[in-house]
Ligand binder design. Structure first.
Ligand code: T5A
Length: 215
């Protein structure tokens, strides 16, 4: 049986990843596909416990420990849920994956890219997304959207400069030269996340249909 597609939703805070992922899941399910909607960090009992620690504003976590916690959650998710679902020919939609570690712990926290990349390779075992939808929105707009949803978590509470570094890193990942130098990431396609949800959804389904032939 052919391996199912792995579709990753990425971007800075509050760009609307979770909202769009839910819509894409319903769209693909109504087309008769089996869809697994998963998120990082979390998605497994171990991952959910790690997520609680990582997002709790009371947690005191060093940058290296933070990176390894995200990576540990990923290793558990990939091995227990993502790979089996893909092997069964199902569609996996993933709300964040390792591009987030490159952006947040690499660019945001300043950890060396080579170390982040190596730790991530341990977690994924070389699993490459079929497409990453990189949703883009001005930092302030994304944080305002996230804030309307509820109180800021430990990551959202970082200084504005941190969020600007993360956002700039995501923008840099879209460049063809960066992608060519990082084949482990697979194709990264930017999607304008501004405007009404329905318009963003139409942009996303256009990309998925054109690039993966799904509908
Ligand atoms: N992280 C994660 C790392 O540092 N390293 C890693 O390796 C990984 C995997 C996870 C945090 O961990 C960090 C990144 C994050 O800081 P999380 O709670 O899972 O935290 O949250 P995020 O993935 O960050 O989700 P966001 O908070 O960024 O939100 P989303 O999913 O982008 O946005 P969503 O869909 O929840 O929408 C936010 C609000 O905006 C509204 C929604 O209704 C919602 O209220 N909205 C819109 N409003 C207007 N117009 C639209 N088009 C809208 N679309 C959605």
């Amino acid at each position: 049986m052919a391996r199912g597609p792995l579709i990753v939703f990425e971007g800075a805070e509050g760009v609307g990843k979770s909202t769009q992922l839910r819509r894409v899941a319903s769209w693909l399910e109504s087309g008769g596909r089996v869809v697994h909607a998963l998120r990082e960090p979390g998605g497994t009992p171990l991952g959910d416990e790690i997520r609680r620690l990582l997002l709790d504003p009371a947690s005191d976590i060093t940058p290296r420990a933070e990176a390894l916690l995200f990576v540990a959650s990923r290793a558990q998710l990939v091995e227990t849920l993502v790979r089996p679902a893909l092997a069964a020919g199902h569609v996996v939609l993933l709300d964040r994956f390792f591009l987030s570690t490159y952006a947040y712990q690499g660019a945001g926290r300043g950890l060396p890219e080579a170390e982040v990349r190596q730790a991530n390779a341990v977690a994924t075992g070389g699993l490459v997304p079929d497409i990453t939808l990189l949703m883009t929105l001005p930092v302030r707009e994304g944080l305002a959207r996230a804030e309307r949803r509820g109180a800021r978590d430990r990551m959202e509470r970082n200084a504005d400069e941190f969020h600007h570094r993360v956002s700039a890193a995501f923008a840099a990942f879209a460049a063809p030269a960066w992608q060519a130098a990082h084949p482990e990431c697979g194709p990264i396609v930017t999607v304008d996340a501004s405007g009404p949800e329905a318009e963003v959804f139409a942009r996303i389904t256009n990309v998925i249909s054109a690039r993966l032939g799904l509908s």
